[in-house]
Design a protein around this ligand. Structure first.
Ligand SMILES: *[C@@H]1O[C@H](CO)[C@@H](O)[C@H](O)[C@H]1NC(C)=O
Ligand SMILES: *[C@@H]1O[C@H](CO)[C@@H](O)[C@H](O)[C@H]1NC(C)=O
Ligand SMILES: *[C@@H]1O[C@H](CO)[C@@H](O)[C@H](O)[C@H]1NC(C)=O
Length: 509
């Protein structure tokens, strides 16, 4: 084993040093948290049980809009299997489990009365985790808006969302904050407004032509910015409340988790280089800039103009510094091409987010399956945060490999490709920390197979497999789970690579 200093020196001259094979968890900073995650809608099931009401995602899936037409009514059924799952987490050696609290389960009418059965479920889950020495890391809002609030005032499009969200968050702090010390206000608020209000491919399916088709109404030029604005203000309100009223006695940390796609130019032209930089500002800066500097990025202000809501001095002050850490969910890079600037005289029609960013819509690559996951992109993301946003404490809240076994029944297979994937990313994470990034945690997505928001059950991300066709929802421990357990017990990265099995088609080619 090479001494750490030598590893560091080699790292400075060799891009991916082979000597990194000696990395173990002890090479990560003191207190670094290794975990795995899920979210309520994706994992719990029990959709209509014990008083839970539908979320906008239940409506969407029941109307047949998921990728494979399926629903998450049962999914992995963690609602009934949480004890078994926590036992598996304990055997895996996880420091922490990232989960979310279903708003329509805890407060079925969206506001007001707390559902005692919902309260009981999360108390049980949290107690079970703590009993097994696993830190609960809770996300308050993870896409599953109660449908009643969508029906009543159009959900995220109304500023009434902010007060209802705040009341929900306060129930969480008050009920669970004695045990939950890591709070995430919102999951991926920098993509939710795009799917929901620009392309209209996610609930509540709002968009306007030509940016999306067959929507239930909407305005792709304005609504994504309005929704994001309300999400930002809701986040700031929850952090202020936590800091004013709960933090001193409960002693926890609170942050927000963004989607961390990384954008690279598609060609080496200066136009595409500028386009990729703009997209990083539109994607990451949309939230990071207000959180660090109190306003939207200048490039968004100038390009979106008065469709970008104004921030009052008070909102701005509340937003600035409103996090103890920032979470990032990192999966892939998108190659960005600039799109020709609109001619002034042809500009009758307003653009959407991508037209505003003057790029060709890079999501097309995902739709066409052109997905790239080079591990160095995580390094670039962390470097970008370090250089542009004052090196915030970062939790990598999601990172993982989706695969689609040819046989849908293939649940227990040798997922050597996932082991390779995790090692590649952990190596880059280690090197980023060596370079000065303040990364403090890493959560594999996902702890077990779940309903995926984009791919439903067509892709599996789980360290543990779940037989979605068996009533018992049998769990299977995959090789990647065994590998992660070994790493968490002190094992080194890069044991001899397992041969990639024939029946597994990795999606990150
Ligand atoms: C919209 O509906 C038309 C007619 O049903 C269909 O052909 C088209 O594929 C739909 N577009 C999208 C994006 O769903
Ligand atoms: C969207 O809203 C803007 C601002 O109110 C308006 O100018 C534009 O015409 C609307 N677009 C559609 C498709 O309704
Ligand atoms: C670390 O910094 C060096 C020098 O700036 C850079 O070349 C390398 O890509 C960085 N590595 C990561 C993982 O950030």
């Amino acid at each position: 084993m090479l001494p750490r200093l030598l590893v560091f020196l080699l790292a400075a001259v060799i891009v991916v040093p082979r000597s990194a094979s000696a990395i173990t968890r002890r090479d990560f900073p003191e207190g670094f948290v290794f975990g795995a995650g899920s979210s309520a809608f994706q994992v719990e099931g029990a959709a209509a049980e014990d008083g839970r009401t539908p979320s906008i995602w239940d409506t969407f899936t029941h109307e047949g809009f998921s990728y494979d037409g399926s629903t998450a009514d049962i999914s992995a059924d963690q609602y009934h299997h949480y004890k078994e799952d926590v036992k598996l987490m304990h055997e895996m050696g996880l420091d922490a489990y990232r989960f979310s609290i279903a708003w329509p389960r805890l407060i079925p009418a969206g506001r007001g009365k707390i559902n005692p059965k919902g309260l009981e479920y999360y108390n049980n889950l949290i107690d079970e985790l703590i009993l097994h020495g696993i830190q609960p890391h809770a996300t308050i809002y993870h896409f599953d808006l109660p449908q009643v609030l969508q029906d009543e005032y159009a959900g995220l499009l109304s500023s009434r969302f902010i007060e209802d969200y705040l009341a929900f968050a306060e129930v969480c702090f008050r009920s669970f904050g004695d045990r939950v010390k890591h709070w995430v206000t919102l999951n991926e608020p920098n993509i939710e407004p795009i799917g929901a209000f620009d392309t209209g491919t996610e609930p509540p399916r709002r968009c306007s032509y030509p940016f999306g088709e067959n929507c239930t109404g909407g305005n792709s030029s304005t609504e994504p910015y309005i929704a994001a604005h309300h999400l930002l203000l809701a986040h700031a309100a929850a952090v202020s409340l936590y800091r004013d009223k709960y933090k001193a006695s409960q002693g926890g940390q609170i942050g927000i988790t963004l989607l961390g796609w990384w954008h690279e130019p598609a060609t080496d032209t200066p136009q595409d280089a500028a386009a990729a930089a703009r997209m990083n500002d539109f994607h990451i800066g949309w939230f990071m800039h207000p959180l660090v500097y109190g306003d939207y990025p200048p490039v968004m202000r100038s390009r979106v103009g008065d469709r970008l809501p104004a921030l009052s001095a008070e909102d701005s002050a509340k937003l600035r510094g409103s996090f103890d850490f920032v979470g990032f969910n990192h999966y892939l890079i998108l190659r960005v091409r600039s799109s020709p600037e609109k001619k002034k005289d042809s500009g009758h029609r307003l653009g959407d987010y991508y037209v505003d960013a003057a790029v060709q819509n890079p999501l097309v690559a995902i739709a066409e399956g052109r997905i790239e996951s080079p591990p160095w992109a995580l390094g670039k993301l962390l470097e970008h945060l370090r250089l542009n946003y004052g090196n915030p404490p970062v939790m990598i809240h999601e990172n993982g490999l989706g695969d689609a076994p040819d046989t849908p029944s293939a649940i227990e297979y040798d997922d050597g490709a996932r082991i390779e994937f995790l090692q590649d990313y952990l190596e880059v994470l280690y090197l980023s920390i060596r370079n000065g990034s303040d990364a403090r945690g890493y959560f594999v997505w996902s702890f077990l197979d779940v309903f995926e928001f984009i791919f439903a059950y067509r892709m599996r991300f789980g360290l543990c497999g779940v037989d979605m066709n068996a009533e018992a929802r049998t769990r299977y421990v995959r090789s990647s789970a065994r590998w992660y357990a070994g790493f968490l017990r002190g094992g080194e990265l890069r044991p001899p690579p397992a041969a990639a099995p024939d029946d597994v088609r990795p999606y990150a080619a």
